[in-house]
Design a protein around this ligand. Sequence first.
Ligand code: ATP
Length: 228
Amino acid sequence: MSLLRFDNVGKRYASGRDALVDVSFDVAPGEMLFVTGHSGAGKSTLLRLIHLTERATRGAVIFADRNIGKLGGRRIALHRRDVGVVFQDHRLLADRSIDDNVALPLRLRGMHRAEIAKRVRSTLEKVGLGDRGRALPRQLSAGEQQRVGIARAIAAEPKLLLADEPTGNLDPALSTEIMALLESLSMRGTAVMVASHDLALVRRMKKRVLVLDHGRLVDDIAPGDLAE
Ligand SMILES: Nc1ncnc2c1ncn2[C@@H]1O[C@H](COP(=O)(O)OP(=O)(O)OP(=O)(O)O)[C@@H](O)[C@H]1O
């Protein structure tokens, strides 16, 4: 069974630019994989079609057996509950505590306060920040802030976590640490898709790699098979 399927997907922006052309692949539940390719190859666009910040203009994007390209209004919000997103610049609220930042998506879905407090605590523990909940983002290191970004994205227990260049601003040691964290999430059952142009990092992780070139999927490399 697949969690996500791209079926001959194309994306042409209003500008006329073809960002994705005839892209097909499947992602299994709990799988971790990378999407790589040169700048402008279409990595971010591919993730946006899954999060529905953009729509495919050809083909179908199927998530949990549903064609999400047709969803509107409230159904988009419901779909996004299943899809967590981590950004390069983590986008934490500077004047809110770490606890509040992680709680925000749970509040938005109307969860009860006691349940939120419990979830926030367990999620921060998962990312190794169980004792930092009262700190403000600026009191944390760059790597810790990115871990808070991941905690916020997984607090609601999505089926899929999308990460767009999640280590773009971090040094190699911290990047490896963040990747190990993402890997541990996939081992607990959350599928993880990481867009990255950092080939050295992608190689070290020995996961499946989708390679985009000018919007086309030119390779789908099995775990560990990326050439040195
Ligand atoms: N909102 C948009 N409107 C028009 N064209 C866009 C838009 N977003 C991206 N593009 C174009 O689509 C193509 C793919 O862009 P995308 O951002 O998906 O690539 P990328 O692989 O993520 O690149 P990078 O590594 O530089 O972030 C590029 O040619 C880009 O200029």
